[in-house]
Design a protein around this ligand. Structure first.
Ligand code: KIV
Length: 274
């Protein structure tokens, strides 16, 4: 039975120490946030993956701060227990420290997020330090960093060569030293993610990074079968809701066309109250 009290950042650190796995899923609206929160999820990530799974873009690069504030507010409205973390979108934190502070501040003040997530290792360390100095909790994200998809040459696993693996070990160290409270490890060999996890005192949350991470995250639209334009190998489908929605819509269309809906049961008669 989950505790009903709000999940807070120190709870995640406690979970790493006690060996209890952290669970995180993405959400982009209040209804999904409420459903996942009711299930007992620890962290709701308002991911910039919304660009792909909600807005139908080919990458996350077109997501703006305004979009993130809007969707973060909705998720916060639906979440009672989960910690809500908002992604900082592409170019909202890279151009200057001033932008980074102002934009992270908006995700917290206007969006209501408890923390922000940003992509990058050693290159992002100074920004992480500045934000944490301002009292803004930061979750790091290294490995396959989707905002650098063009630089990476596609959505591909990283850390498979010795050079890339060493760089990721240094990135993880730099992100922790800069004050991040947790670190997402995306799409890398399980053995490397295990080494990073063992070497760090902040929790790691893996996606395509094996079972040794301190927690796991999936894009909810992938996990529940809403999104199938591109399904990475590491995604497990926990439901086929996309098929269920299409099937339900077909039944609705058929019943409306045949005049079977609305039936008397779903019609309002005079003096029937509600
Ligand atoms: O945007 C997102 O959904 C993410 C997860 C894949 C970790 O960053």
């Amino acid at each position: 039975m989950e505790s009903k009290s709000r999940v807070r950042i120190p709870d995640l650190l406690g979970m790493k120490r006690s060996g209890r796995k952290i669970t995180m899923l993405t959400a982009y609206d209040a209804t999904m946030a409420r459903l996942l929160d009711n299930a007992g999820i620890d962290v709701l990530l308002v991911g910039d993956s919304l660009g792909m799974v909600v807005l139908g873009e080919e990458s996350t690069l077109g997501v703006t701060l305004e979009m993130m504030v809007h969707h973060t507010r909705a998720v916060v409205n639906g979440a009672r227990r989960a910690l809500v973390v908002a992604d900082m979108p592409f170019l909202s934190y890279q151009a200057s420290m001033r932008d980074a502070v102002k934009n992270a501040g908006r995700l917290m003040q206007q969006g209501g997020a408890a923390a922000v997530k940003l992509e990058g290792g050693t290159a992002a360390a100074a920004t992480i330090r500045r934000l944490t100095d301002c009292g803004i909790p930061v979750m790091g994200h290294i490995g396959l960093v989707p905002q650098s998809v063009h630089q990476l040459g596609g959505f591909r696993p990283v850390g498979r060569t010795g050079v890339e693996a060493d760089a990721l070990l240094r990135d993880a160290e730099a992100v922790e030293a800069a004050g991040a409270f947790a670190l997402v490890l995306e799409s890398m060999p399980a053995e490397l993610a295990g080494r990073i996890t063992a070497g760090r005192s902040i929790p790691t949350i893996g996606i395509g990074a094996g079972v040794e991470c301190d927690g796991q995250v999936l894009v909810s639209y992938d996990a529940f079968g809403f999104f199938d334009a591109f399904v990475p190998r590491f995604v497990k489908r926990y439901a086929e809701l996309g098929t269920a929605v299409t099937e339900a819509a077909r039944r609705y269309i058929e019943e409306v066309r045949k005049g079977e809906f609305p039936s008397a049961e779903h019609s309002i008669s005079a003096g029937s109250g509600s």
